[in-house]
Design a protein around this ligand. Structure first.
Ligand SMILES: Cc1cc2nc3c(=O)[nH]c(=O)nc-3n(C[C@H](O)[C@H](O)[C@H](O)COP(=O)(O)OP(=O)(O)OC[C@H]3O[C@@H](n4cnc5c(N)ncnc54)[C@H](O)[C@@H]3O)c2cc1C
Length: 501
């Protein structure tokens, strides 16, 4: 018998779930609270698509090689449609610095390290239209999922049998074999379980940054600048920056500012300050030069960025049956790593495999939980460790009394004088590193291989004078220089925090 599936939300997770489950022959209805997508193309979607449910829709997005691989392996026609709409494929060699590029020899597996980049509205629009054309998938816009239909069984598990829905015609109940909550960061599914008396664990922690994004378009007679020595993404401690090439001659720049840098956070929202900062960062100044490009948006700001992990199976026992969470409602990650959409796509396809392999609701719940934990938890833990360290560094940067301990000095030297140097000069090592970055293998696997570790230790042992040409160029002004240029007080935040000397 064909299973009927209700999916809450037509964001990235809902669409990838429909893609995966629809292709497996199930009858899928996606319920989306927001209005339908506009009829036009990529520019129309960027300018007019009303998506109150996705506050980050107009922030920079890149889609990792792991996500592209899922599309290539499972839905190749979708990739053709994405490319036809202007979604770009950035190849491994495109990201190499000039030193590594000069030594680069292409390998067949490099195709597997290709990234997709576009405005998120473009990728989501094409994905949505593709899903809407699938024979057994129907997308209903303007429908709010208002609660779960179900009851507790003898083992205190909430057995779901459908949803309470709300639209212009009022409230109704809809029965289904399975419910997938893909409602994103604001998902209420776990709260609904709690109201029904089912408690589930949750870990949550601040990402420690706020996101500021502005979009630009290359002028008609201009091309994107060639990759130069200064990288298009970097970390100055008091600010992180990244440039995202996008579809149809557009690109965006994101400045990520530590939560603690309140003065800078307020200033960066002003378009003229945002552009001034860009003009001071060598890796992106050539892109935002007024001769080369023009802004096509305001500065979008976004806070409340968190890492959050939730579980519906505790100590091997499912808390809910016939209910699955996919996307940010299940696991949220710091957007800096660009992994959220890949997490959603991985979860959606794991869910398909689990539903195909198991019939019993409890077995399905456990198998999905185990698969997601095994596949994604190591990346999640790694990101959280990096975030904690970045939060510490941002605070130390503000503290005039801070003196690094010996361990911190050694770790800093290992990063700057060993890992960075080894990676900058060796495309084979970069290839190994990128496999972890793109979630094609565990993040630290590359450094555990003896040959790679030997290269890194060799770089560390090399005298600084002999590796001077391999250090990255200056990424931009230091904090006091930047604050001075922007006419901002460099000490106001330290005073606010009681850190001033
Ligand atoms: C600033 C920022 C930048 C990011 N950059 C990247 C990046 O570069 N690369 C990357 O891979 N990831 C990135 N991410 C993460 C990525 O955007 C998310 O992981 C992804 O959107 C999660 O998809 P989702 O479907 O779970 O949620 P969403 O995409 O937010 O979609 C949820 C949907 O559910 C709908 N909905 C909610 N409640 C209901 C309801 N009750 N009834 C009906 N519909 C409902 C909403 O309207 C919405 O359409 C970024 C995130 C942020 C915040």
């Amino acid at each position: 018998m064909t299973e009927r599936v209700l999916i809450i939300g037509a964001g990235m997770a809902g669409l990838f779930t429909a893609l995966a489950l629809g292709a497996s022959g199930r009858q899928v209805d996606i319920l989306e609270r927001d209005p339908p997508a506009p009829d036009g193309g990529a520019d129309d979607a960027f300018e007019t698509w009303n998506r109150r449910g996705v506050g980050h829709l107009r922030h920079s997005h890149a889609f990792l090689a792991r996500l592209r691989k899922i599309i290539v392996d499972n839905h190749p026609a979708l990739l053709d449609e994405l490319k036809a709409a202007g979604v770009q494929e950035l190849k491994f060699a495109d990201g190499l610095n000039p030193i590594a590029k000069a030594r680069y020899r292409a390998r067949p597996e490099d195709a597997g390290l290709t990234v997709l980049t576009s405005r998120r509205t473009t990728l989501e629009l094409v994905l949505r239209r593709y899903v809407e054309r699938m024979a057994n998938v129907t997308l209903h816009s303007g429908v709010n999922a208002a609660g779960l239909l179900g009851s507790l069984d003898g083992e205190n598990r909430y057995v779901v049998r459908g949803l309470r829905l709300e639209d212009a015609d009022g409230l109704r109940e809809e029965e289904a074999d399975l419910v997938v909550d893909a409602a994103g960061r604001m998902s209420q599914g776990f709260e609904w379980l709690a109201e029904a008396g089912v408690s589930t664990p949750e870990e949550s922690e601040d990402a420690g940054i706020l996101y500021y994004t502005r979009h630009y378009r290359l002028r008609p007679d201009q091309d994107a600048p060639e990759r130069a020595a200064a990288p298009a993404a970097g970390d100055l401690g008091y600010i992180k920056y990244g440039l995202f090439p996008a579809d149809n001659r557009c690109f965006s720049i994101t400045l990520a500012v530590p939560e603690i840098e309140q003065t800078l956070r307020q200033a960066v929202l002003k378009p003229e300050t945002f552009d001034r900062i860009c003009s001071l960062l060598p890796g992106i100044a050539r892109w935002t030069d007024v001769e080369r490009s023009e802004p096509i948006s305001k500065v979008f700001g976004m806070g409340d960025l968190k890492s959050r992990w939730r579980d519906t199976v505790v100590d091997g026992r499912p808390k809910a049956l016939n209910l699955f969470f996919v996307g940010d409602g299940l696991v949220r990650t710091n957007p800096l790593y660009g992994r959220g959409c890949s997490f959603a796509a991985v979860e959606a396809h794991l869910l398909r495999d689990v539903l195909d392999a198991h019939r019993r609701p409890a077995a399905r719940a456990i198998a999905y939980h185990d698969a997601v934990s095994a596949e994604l938890r190591p990346y999640y833990d790694d990101m959280r460790t990096q975030d904690r360290s970045a939060i510490r560094r941002a605070r130390n940067a503000l503290d005039p009394a801070y003196r690094p301990r010996a361990k911190a000095k050694v770790l800093k030297s290992f990063g700057e004088d060993a890992v960075t140097i080894a990676l900058r000069s060796d495309p084979d090592l970069i290839r190994e590193f990128m496999r972890g970055f793109h979630m094609l293998e565990p993040s630290s696997a590359w450094l555990k291989r003896p040959a790679n570790l030997a290269k890194v230790m060799g770089a560390w042992a090399t005298p600084k004078s002999a590796k001077a040409s391999l250090y990255p160029p200056r990424l931009g002004p230091d904090r006091s220089e930047m604050f001075g240029t922007l006419n901002l007080s460099a000490t106001a935040d330290a005073e606010r925090l009681g850190l001033a000397a």
